[in-house]
Design a protein around this ligand. Sequence first.
Ligand code: PAF
Length: 278
Amino acid sequence: MQVLKSLEELRAWRKQLKGSLAFVPTMGNLHEGHLKLVDLGRQRADAVIVSIFVNPLQFGANEDLDSYPRTFAADCQALVERGAAAVFAPTVADMYPRGLAQQSYIEVPDISDILCGASRPGHFRGVATIVAKLFNMVQPDLAIFGEKDYQQLQVIRLMSKDLSLPVKVIGMPTERAADGLALSSRNGYLTATERQQAPLIYATLQTIAAQLKAGSAIESAVAEATERLQQGGFRIDYLSVRRRNDMAEASSNDNELVIVVAAYLGKTRLIDNLQVTR
Ligand code: PAF
């Protein structure tokens, strides 16, 4: 596996590559969810490249940029085992040569301001900007993202469409622990007790999905679930039923739905979602 540390090295590698290229952008601390994205990339393309870059532009002032887990050696080992062709691990100075404050950025309207975007102002601007830059640098045929960050995936889909980027954006179903908890690098922040409480988040999504399918009203299903999560020790940021494509609030006429949740257990903010068609 090639370890590419600068844009020059990446461009030279890309130039000599023959065949199709799949791209998996990550912030490192790779878990089985990321590695399944690599597996899918290998099925869909001749080669897979993974980027590892903890992007400061998508973190708020009081967020976990400094403490975000960095495990580069272990990540590279796992990527070799899964057959990635290359890893691209640039520095902050490489990615933002004029500094963060001077950086041109990409903003996807409306969807960037709701849900996670309302709680984390500027977050999706940071995500859209870095992903557009990475697409320009890597020039992949396709790029694969986990559906755990469902809103992020929709932001990237809309951005790629709006800017006519020649990259096919693919979403991959969320990888879960045996007890249902969505795999996430931030699960590592949970205490042992919180880790035991955490699966309630997915169990609650499943209950709402079953109720919606059985004809329950959105409001009553969400109210009941809110109560259940609060009793289970969660502090809810949002719990909401949305239209799948633009993530606007769903009404009783909408059938292609996604139930989205963000909730704190102690200091850790967990997100999850479940698609439901009724
Ligand atoms: O999902 C992530 O890990 C990040 O938001 C991404 C897409 C790599 C952009 O920094």
